[in-house]
Design a protein. Structure first.
Length: 212
């Protein structure tokens, strides 16, 4: 069982990480603006499934490998940063296409595809990968035993907080989509801002972390 003194600290750190918009949140907001509330919540579900897959991977030993290997950590961090920059550049390049979703000119997305895309973003989220692989193991009390179970429980706490926060982001964005729909310039601005934010986050991820 996870130590009671470590659980609140882990929950607080998880909340601070989650509440800051990252690729998953930006993706949820984009889906909410483009397709509405249902698509946003489906994307949140996909993101959560992706994060759960990461938790299971860490519990099965990936976290300890990353924790002990600077090379693996660096490779993982740079790959995640590069992917984040790619997503940001793509969002900036396609910022004008959001308005097509409101006018009916954009491609339609089914529920399963939306769920899958949410899963793909969630499981490839560099912010979550780095957190699970390098931070989560530090809150495990190895003297208590059952390390994989402790990791799964901590991951469950993280995902409960993530579902709540991401759903709020999605619902708020969905309620404002009509206002954005009135002006292509507004949609282009929000799409470009989100893209540049992802690029900045990718550069930050690449520039920070372990130096040993």
């Amino acid at each position: 069982m996870v130590s009671t003194d470590r659980l609140p600290a882990f929950a607080a750190m998880s909340f601070l990480l989650i509440v800051i918009p990252g690729p998953s949140v930006l993706f949820v907001i984009g889906r909410a603006l483009a397709q509405g509330r249902r698509a946003a919540l489906t994307t949140v579900a996909g993101n959560t499934l992706g994060a759960c897959a990461l938790v299971v991977a860490v519990a099965l030993g990936v976290g300890s490998v990353v924790e002990r290997s600077v090379l693996v950590f660096t490779a993982l961090k740079l790959a995640g940063a590069a992917y984040l920059v790619y997503l940001g550049a793509k969002a900036v390049r396609q910022r004008g296409s959001l308005h097509a979703s409101f006018t009916g000119d954009g491609p339609a997305h089914g529920g399963l595809r939306t769920l899958w895309e949410g899963f793909a973003v969630g499981v490839a989220n560099p912010k979550t990968i780095v957190f699970f692989a390098t931070v989560l193991p530090q809150f495990v009390d190895r003297s208590q035993g059952n390390v994989p179970v402790q990791m799964l429980l901590l991951g469950l706490v993280f995902n409960v907080i993530a579902v709540t926060c991401d759903s709020v982001w999605g619902l708020v964005a969905a309620t404002t989509r009509t206002w954005f729909a009135r002006s292509p310039q507004r949609l282009s601005l929000i799409g470009g801002a989100g893209g540049f934010a992802m690029i900045g986050l990718g550069v930050t991820v690449a520039a920070t972390g372990r130096k040993d």
